[in-house]
Each structure stands twice: as C-alpha cells, then as structure tokens.
Design a protein around this ligand. Structure first.
Ligand code: PHE
Length: 347
C-alpha cells in the first residue's frame, strides 16, 4: 500500500470513528490519537525527509489536506455534541408549569395582637395616641413614680423579676403613664394615650395566671376631667367590644396611683345579666382596674394637680380574649400550638 493509500484509509477510518463518537471525551481522544504529536499524520510529515524530492510536496500537501479535513470534521462533531449536551440539560431542567403548585402556609396575627389592635383602633377613633413603653423598666418608673415607694406594702402584690436593684421587667404598663406625663406639653392640648404591651409578674402559672401577660394602659389628663369621663369612656369601650347594650358598674378598689380607685365590671355579654357560667352566675364580669390619677403621681411628673386632673385604667387583653372566645386556659396563648392559634383567623 502506498503512503497515499495509507493516508486515505486512515482518513476514512477516522471519519467513521468521529461520526460514531458519542461524547466529547471520546472525540478528544480520537483527535489526540490521530492528529496529536504521536499520531500517524505527524509521523508521515516527520518522515518526509526520507522521500524523494518529487514525492515530498505531493505527500506533504496530501497529508496537510487530510489533517485539515479531519480537524474540520472533529470541530463540526464537537459543536454538534455540545448542542446535544445543552439540549439534554435544558430538557432535564424544564419545569412543567401545569403541575399544581406547592401550597404556602399562611400565618395569622396572634389572637392577642388582634384584640390589642381592635382596642387601639377604638381609642385612636377617640383621639388617643398609642405609646410604646419599655418592657425592661426602672424601678423608678414602675413603682416610685406610680406612688409606690420602696417600702410600700402594695409592691408585694406585684412581686417582680429584678434585673438589678433598680432595673426590672415591668409588672404593669403603668410606668408608661409617668413617662408620657413628664413629656407632655399641655399648651398643645390634653393628654390622651393608651399603651399596650407585655408585663411580667412572679406568678405561679395556672389556668388564669401567667407570669407573662398583656395590659393596655389608658391615661387622660386635662383640666376638669372627672370620674364621669372615665365611666363614659369605659362604657363606650365595652359596648364596642362586647355589644351595644352592655352596661358597666364601678366598685371601690385600691391602687396606689389612683384616688379614688375602682374595679370595673361589665354586664355579661352572654346572658345579658341573668347569670350564666361566663359571669359565674352574678350577671357581671370583672374586666379592668381604673381610677382618678393620684395628685402625687401628677405632681411627681411635674403637673399642677390643682389645675389638672385625669383618669387612668389598665385592662387585660388576655382576659378579654378568654371571655370573648371561651378560652379556659390563659396558657394557650403562650404555648404556640398552631392548632389553637389557627382558630383565630382575624379578618
Ligand atoms: N396597673 C394596675 C395593675 O396592673 C392597673 C391599673 C392601671 C389600675 C391604671 C388603675 C389605673 O393592676
């Protein structure tokens, strides 16, 4: 077989191999084997010096032709394999948009948040501002400025979580009263505020007690504020919360920061006053504590108690939620059991 025939046969065999190559790795192997430094074509070109001067250019150009042809063949195949690989990847990654989607679990606001926002809305409608207090509070604001000096026996009722001698986590939202009063500019109008938030007491947790619960503080101060304003305001609130025909009644009570102090009852929303399990057969439900702001509290906040007077109240969203929804254990609100939480979808 002449050298030319050999080269021709090599070309035919290699083209066959290239056509059959199914992946880029194999194709590369063919390229190295045929056109590489140790391949047959390089060998022929290297052996040219032994050829006659007449044969040399013929064989030389023929070998070059074959090398170019095979190179082109390989490039073409390579491009085809690359396209095929990409199409395969695309096919594997394709998304069937007609498949049903994964359902997103939708959360709801916590039932206590719902109650607090509902109450906030009612008071905003009456011109109150909503004030944020501090959960970590100074003894000074939590007790002293609320007319509970260090040795006051009423501190025992709010046995507290202390962080240091002077810092505690608040036992009620009342410290926000003092913080708001000392900042208020009465030349701009009366002070009307509510302040919702968490409070903490060293309580033994049971169905009606939790060491953490919520309060909404209310405070109004202006000239000529009377107990009639307090009663009218709380009656309006209870009617909005529990029905238009609710009544309230005030019973004497004691808080160091109000004088006089009252306990407020609302007529039972379930039986209307006849007596049932919700109102423990009394017709009335105890709902909040309130009173006229003690002159000491006003004076300690720099307010002239001869000129100004006010009322304050503290109500419990936890208790309101329990009453309204018939929840019999306050701990349900804090255990984050979604089966409980999900019952209160909100609007
Ligand atoms: N701070 C009182 C409590 O936690 C509630 C209250 C607030 C009473 C405002 C009167 C006025 O028991």
């Amino acid at each position: 077989m002449s050298l030319q025939e050999k080269l021709e046969a090599l070309k035919v065999a290699t083209v066959e191999k290239i056509k059959a190559a199914e992946d880029l790795q194999l194709l590369n192997q063919i390229r190295v084997e045929t056109l590489g430094k140790k391949g047959p074509i390089t060998e022929v070109l290297r052996g040219m010096k032994d050829l006659s001067a007449e044969e040399r250019p013929k064989i030389g150009s023929f070998a070059n032709e074959i090398r170019d042809a095979l190179t082109a063949e390989i490039e073409e195949k390579k491009a085809a394999l690359e396209v095929a690989a990409m199409n395969k990847a695309l096919a594997e990654e394709s998304i069937d948009v007609t498949l049903p989607g994964k359902k997103m679990a939708q959360g709801t606001r916590h039932v206590l948040t719902q109650i607090m926002e509902e109450i906030e809305d009612i008071f905003i409608g009456m011109g109150y501002q909503v004030v944020e207090g501090y959960e970590v509070e100074q003894d000074h604001y939590n007790f002293e400025r609320m007319n509970l000096p260090k040795d006051h026996p009423a501190r025992d009722m709010q046995d507290t979580f202390y962080i240091s001698d002077e810092i505690l986590i608040r036992t009620h939202t009342s410290p926000v009263q003092a913080r708001t009063m000392e900042k208020h500019d009465f030349t701009k109008g009366p002070l009307r505020m509510i302040s919702p938030g968490k409070v903490f007491r060293r309580d033994t947790d049971d169905a009606t007690h939790s060491h953490q619960f919520h309060q909404i503080e209310g405070l109004v101060i202006d000239e000529h504020i009377t107990m009639g304003d307090l009663k009218g305001t709380l009656e309006a609130l209870m009617q909005r919360m529990f029905g238009a025909d609710r009544e309230i009644r005030l019973r004497p009570s004691y808080f160091p920061f109000t004088e006089p102090s009252v306990e407020v009852d609302v007529s039972c929303f379930k039986c209307g006053g006849a007596g049932c399990n919700v109102c423990k057969h009394t017709g009335w439900i105890e709902i909040l504590g309130a009173g006229m702001v003690h002159p000491n509290v006003l004076e300690m906040s720099g307010i002239d108690s001869e000129k100004y007077s006010g009322f304050a109240f503290g109500l419990g969203p936890d208790r309101i939620a329990m009453l309204r929804y018939g929840v019999n254990d306050i701990r349900n609100f804090y255990q984050n059991d979604v089966r409980f939480i999900r019952q209160f979808k909100g609007e």
